[in-house]
Design a protein around this ligand. Sequence first.
Ligand code: ADP
Ligand code: ASP
Ligand code: MG
Length: 416
Amino acid sequence: MALIVQKYGGSSVANPERIRRVAERVCRTRKTGHQVVVVVSALGDTTDELLGLAAQVSKSPPEREMDMLLATGEQVAAALLAMATQALGARALSFTGAQVGIITDRDHTKARIQDVSAQRIRQALAKGYVVIVTGFQGITPDHEITTLGRGGSDLTAVALAHALKAKTCEIYTDVEGVYTADPRVVPNARKLPALSYEEMLELASLGAQVMQARSMEMAKKYEVPLHVRSSFSRRTGTIISKEVKAMEEVVVSGVSLQKDEAKVTICDVPDRPGIAATIFTRISDANVNVDMIVQNVSRTGLTDVSFTVGRGDLKKVLRVARRVAGEVKAGRVVHDDGIAKISVVGLGMRSHSGIAAKMFQALAKESINIDMISTSEIKISCIIRKDQAARAVKVIHDVFGLDKLGIKPELVKTRK
Ligand code: ADP
Ligand code: ASP
Ligand code: MG
């Protein structure tokens, strides 16, 4: 019997009525003769509310306790969904990530999955149960509860779909699939019938919240068949799979926006071999991920080095940057958190030129200044002012004609 993994996000289970509707959909899927494993997120904005509570009792809550707290949100959702499913006459059991053997490292609040035994899931499925698992969490080998980073229920779903060799992994959310841009920012954004793992990974890493970036790394690595769709309709959403020929013909598939980065500049850095190595070694030793780096040409033997980091790491990175600036005899350290990163992503960029020029022209026409640029084989990103970001997304979406984009879904292969 084929198995389907279904993941329901917070908005899909925001209240009892929606939980009942999810239970109905789960039962419908079960009746088609499939085994069903459901992964649930916490109800509505529960995770944000829990974070808010923590902030009210402590200035810097210990990460271990944060995980104890945050993991409860998904447990409430799983238990309620199991009750609602049973109330419809189906056999259902809820489990935590720990109970089903989702083993992670010890990196609290952003733990990585190391192993999935899924033993209890297999046993329960064999007995005819619908299995409901809390998303976003696991357990360390020494029995500490961990969480998998924001949006981590997507990762739970992908990991279980891979471990259980699911026929497909359906991601149910509050939009009808993956769009050419965030439909809340760009009203004429179009739903993409199909997308490659690579593109979704880039879009997610560059700010498209609809799939967690880490979950896409795993989906791409193990080629887990994904279907992102709405929990409020029965329409087909976006199929994410290995690239197929038709996808390459589309030059740009989507635009994404990241607003939670900050720029740090170390001024007057001596332009000598080994200095950049010293600076970025200190920063990486502090466990901070650096995104873009720009070093200006030096005329006087001194140069400014700028880089971007997640806003959450800003305080920490400023401390490190000031220390290392002293060490290498550089000048002052300044920062800017009024920036946003706008990116275009598409497989066809590999074989088409002029995409960057077109993007820069569109921004220039709107008098939007570009502060930093970075490119890879299938994306171009620019740092601009945050207050111009929404306008920038719209003009770039228009200049690449994304409101007219369409790919024939029947050309996409999915796993049998
Ligand atoms: P869930 O709670 O279901 O996990 P998320 O809030 O994590 O839902 O993700 C869905 C949201 O992602 C949408 O409401 C939408 O505003 C946002 N989003 C950003 N970029 C895109 C995109 N390119 N396509 C679809 N949704 C996007
Ligand atoms: N509830 C968690 C969050 O809000 C996990 C998830 O929704 O995927 O980040
Ligand atoms: Mg999400």
